[in-house]
Design a protein around this ligand. Structure first.
Ligand code: NAD
Length: 335
């Protein structure tokens, strides 16, 4: 199939080309993000391949449909950036990579948590400056602490398992219980109880209308004083302005973010020579107890290989009218 790949980076091209040796699609790479303005680039392409910050709203989808696009192949798990109702109305099929390496994301969440606790980011800078003082670097033993896991699907399950390995007491919240998580001896509790009891809270649920700003001012009031908050899921799970207030009042002790609500204007680009225009993001970067990575939790070799293989297999399956387990439909929104 003729595939237009948007938001292409060198690593996307590397892994997709390597995989396409076996699948033989006709791939053209475009660097720009897919938006209503760039959708015309895909004219004549039956498939469009996109990533997390491409904007597949109604206008973009209408434009793609006019140009002959029938398949949207997401090279990610989340699909909150696609207007599924419009895609369905236009007869565009949407496929995703449901699981490429849940380990990659879970391990990154743990990396953020360990870095924040033991202040590795600050220690690293200090040592390079010849400052060997330990003042301000005090951490705590993870053993015996309580970790709240919000969303116990593929990633949350692995994260929860790793934290039990540290000797943490793990609490979980998810509308659907995961038997593997229960077998680890992890208790499901309601969200207020998880907020009240957890020393650390890690978010692993998808972004839906229900989870938008799950962590807002009122949730922050319910959190344990000095809680550590980790978000590797989607930025809009957290109201960033409320988060700043929570950090200023010290109710929130530390924050590790791999995602940010307005990341589409920032992440995946080298903006080091420019002035950051987003004042909320700029304020977040000033806190010594906040670390931010630019949506890199997925970014391992294993994950990129799996993403490329599944993305192209998804397109091959739809092209040959075979069943594809990775189809996304509006039915998932009603679950
Ligand atoms: P998954 O579908 O396997 O699990 C999501 C879980 O969240 C499910 O068990 C679901 O029941 C639960 N859930 C749904 N609504 C909830 C709610 N209101 N409260 C609590 N739980 C709720 O998904 P996954 O593969 O574990 O991925 C989780 C999220 O991680 C994705 O939605 C995506 O946004 C994010 N992600 C981020 C990266 C990254 O690089 N930072 C990479 C991959 C995925």
């Amino acid at each position: 199939m003729k595939i237009a790949v948007f938001s292409t980076k060198a690593y996307d091209r590397h892994f997709l080309d390597a995989e396409n040796g076996q699948q033989q699609h006709d791939i053209v790479y475009f660097e720009p993000q897919l938006t209503a303005d760039t959708a015309r680039l895909a004219d004549g392409f039956a498939a469009v391949c996109v990533f997390v910050n491409d904007q597949l709203d109604a206008t973009t989808l209408e434009s793609l449909a006019k140009g002959g696009t029938r398949v949207i192949a997401l090279r990610c798990a989340g699909f909150n950036n696609v207007d599924l109702h419009t895609a369905e109305r236009l007869g565009i099929q949407v496929v995703r990579v449901a699981a490429y390496s849940p380990h990659a994301v879970a391990e990154h969440a743990v990396a953020l948590l360990l870095t924040l606790n033991r202040k590795i980011h600050r220690a690293h800078n200090r040592i390079r400056e010849g400052n060997f003082s330990l003042e301000g670097l005090l951490g705590f033993d993870l053993h015996g602490k309580t970790v709240g896991v919000v969303g116990t699907g593929r990633i949350g399950e692995i994260f929860a398992g790793i934290m039990t390995g540290f000797g943490c007491h793990v609490l979980a919240f998810d509308p659907i219980r995961n038997p593997t998580v229960e077998q680890l001896g992890i208790a499901y509790v309601d969200l207020p109880e998880l907020f009240r009891a957890s020393d650390m809270v890690s978010l692993h649920c998808p972004l839906t209308p229900e989870t938008h700003h799950l962590i807002d001012a009122s949730a922050i009031e319910q959190l344990k004083e000095g809680v550590m908050l980790i978000n590797t899921s989607r930025g809009a799970l957290i109201d960033a302005r409320a988060l700043i207030d929570g950090l200023k009042s010290a109710r929130i002790g530390s924050v590790g973010l791999d995602v940010y609500e307005e990341e589409a204007d920032l992440f995946f680009e080298d903006l080091s020579g420019r002035v950051i225009q987003d004042d909320v993001f700029a304020r977040l970067m000033t806190f010594p107890n906040v670390i931010i990575t630019g949506h890199q939790a997925f970014f391992t070799q294993n994950a990129l290989q799996n993403i490329a293989a599944t993305t192209l297999s998804n397109v091959t399956a739809l092209e040959s009218n075979e069943p594809c387990p990775n189809l996304v439909s509006t039915a998932v929104l009603r679950r």
